[in-house]
Design a binder for this molecule. Structure first.
Ligand code: PMP
Length: 363
């Protein structure tokens, strides 16, 4: 029997958010931070255009998509690399920069893929405590050793929804040795109204050891097509280009992504919807007596009391039975919390109503 290389069988596989509620006809999927607005209408037409030519390989350099991203963000296409979801990029960066014996740093409630990909590269994951569910720059810097090669910072963070201001991200970068790569995972960047995530772009432009990863899965509503990208110094792009799959972004993804990022009105509508409902849902949950971690993403983390009949597991079972599918976070070290994606008006109000019923139940 072939044996996987050391460490692989120690990895706990990523378990995606559930999609269904058994036995319930009308399901509201609020478990994977997908947008309730769907993709831009321009996407379907773009895909139809390539659908008749699928016998051809896609452009391996994804020029059309990189150009569209560059235009939308005022960047140089030479500093952009696209991928099959930003998940793939996180893995490619680990494969490119980590060897056995090296260390990769991330925070206590950071995205699970960091640990998986650090371990898959044969390196050692180093978990750093957070303060108030937020990355703590001093703690992160204190964890750096001569073996550290990569530091992941999700900003905003999933699943906590917390956000580190750019002054703190700058302080983190400034404190890292130059040979350590800082990966700013900005999957939820567009939802941050303060918009100082764009300063993260400045940080990439001004330094040789910072990259920013982004996704089309959230604000652009294209999770099903798997499109991610990074903005990075040319030397990083060059290194990752050497090991990525030659056609890692498919033909439909290339045209769909280009169409989606060109539709600014759709992006703005998604931001407005999220602003309005993030505030209402957070207030509604707080009014029910739940502790809510203030979020800047398209999701919110709620904490349940550790009382019999009132735990997150109890709430989850109650909600699922009514078709509201949220995300349990046991794998994130948050066994008594649930994460709810900001959904449609109907889904948001329905979840609040169901939770009101749950909180009122006497055990
Ligand atoms: N980073 C973070 C923080 C995420 O929450 C996610 C999606 N759950 C990703 C990266 C990966 O997104 P995708 O692969 O769909 O681009």
């Amino acid at each position: 029997m072939p044996r996987p290389k050391p460490g692989v069988m120690d990895i706990a596989a990523y378990v995606p958010g559930r999609e269904s509620a058994p036995g319930v006809e009308k399901v509201y999927k609020l478990s994977s931070n997908e947008t309730p607005l769907g993709a831009s209408p321009a996407v379907a037409a773009a895909i139809a255009d390539v659908a008749g030519r699928l016998e051809l390989y896609p452009d391996g350099a994804a020029h059309k998509l990189r150009d569209a991203i560059a235009r939308a963000h005022g960047l140089n296409p030479g500093n952009i690399l696209c991928s099959n979801g930003s998940d793939e990029l996180l893995g490619l960066l680990c494969q490119t920069y980590l060897s056995p014996g090296d260390e990769g740093i991330f925070t206590e409630h950071g995205f699970l893929v960091y640990r998986i990909q650090i371990m898959a590269a044969g390196a050692t994951p180093v978990v750093v405590r957070e303060t108030d569910f937020t990355a703590d720059v001093d703690a992160m810097l204190a964890a750096v050793t001569e073996k550290t090669r990569i530091v992941f910072l999700a900003n905003p963070n999933n699943p906590t929804g917390t956000y580190l201001p750019v002054s703190e991200v700058r302080r983190l970068q400034a404190g890292l040795p130059r040979h350590v790569l800082l990966v700013i995972d900005a999957a939820y960047a567009e939802y941050v109204r303060r918009n100082d995530y764009e300063a993260g772009i400045e940080l990439v432009s001004g330094n040789s050891n910072v990259v920013m990863t982004r996704t089309f899965s959230k604000i652009h509503g294209l999770a099903g097509l798997r499109i991610g990208w990074m903005y990075a110094p040319e030397a990083v792009i060059d290194a990752v280009n050497r090991i990525r799959g030659p056609f890692n972004v498919n033909a439909m993804a290339i045209v769909a992504g280009a169409a989606a990022i060109g539709d600014r009105a759709h992006v703005d509508a998604a931001i407005d919807h999220n602003d309005k409902w993030l505030a209402r849902v957070s207030e509604g949950l707080t009014a029910l007596g739940l502790e809510v971690t203030p979020s800047v993403g398209n999701f919110v983390l709620m904490h349940f009391p550790d009382a019999p009949g009132k735990t997150a597991a109890d709430a989850d079972a109650y909600l699922v039975a009514r078709g509201f599918v949220l995300r349990r976070l046991t794998g994130y070290g948050l066994p008594n919390a649930l994460r709810m994606t900001i959904g449609s008006e109907e889904a948001n109000l329905g979840t609040l109503e169901a939770l009101r019923g749950f909180m009122a139940v006497t055990s």
